[in-house]
Structure formats: C-alpha cells, structure tokens
Design a protein around this ligand. Structure first.
Ligand SMILES: [Zn+2]
Ligand SMILES: [Zn+2]
Length: 91
C-alpha cells in the first residue's frame, strides 16, 4: 500500500523577522558598499589607469573611479580604503 508522500507542513504566516529593525540603521549606500565588489576596475574607464572604484557616491549610491569623480564633486563622497572599510563599517 502506497502512501502519497505529500508532507504539507502548514507554516504560520506570521513569521516576521525582527532583524528589519537592525537593518534600518544601515544606510542605503552602505548596503551598496557591502553588496558591491569594491576596488574592481571601472567598466566605463577600463582602458584608463587608476580606474579602481575606490570612491562611493552616497547620493547616487554608486561606485566611482577617479575618472568618474568630477560630475559627483558636489555630492557626498566616501573615499574607501581597505582600512577605512573596516573602521567605518563598525556600527
Ligand atoms: Zn553622485
Ligand atoms: Zn570610471
């Protein structure tokens, strides 16, 4: 005799994770920073020298290389160093 192996486990819909409260303190640009592979070459300026994206524009939430910088001069820029990433992201 065969049993239909359909294991229907009813999960309560109220599975709210409250880690949202913790995430709320993380600014958008930091999410970008953490999600992004930094220090990669700028795709726009891959033929140029010094094209590592080592600056983050907090206004545009995008990584910038030294050639991308000029249009963003008036924006809030975060210069990212390897050391800074560690120190500035310890909230
Ligand atoms: Zn910008
Ligand atoms: Zn660039």
């Amino acid at each position: 005799m065969e049993e239909s192996g359909q294991a229907e486990s009813e999960q309560p819909l109220q599975s709210f994770n409250t880690h949202e409260a913790g995430l709320a303190s993380i600014p958008r640009w930091l999410e970008v920073l953490l999600a992004k592979e930094f220090f990669n070459s700028c795709l726009v300026h891959e033929a140029e020298k010094k094209n590592e994206e080592n600056t983050l524009c907090l206004d545009c939430c995008t990584g910038l290389c030294s050639h991308c910088l000029p249009p963003h001069k008036a924006h809030n820029l975060l210069q990212v160093n390897f050391a800074n990433v560690i120190t500035q992201t310890t909230f």
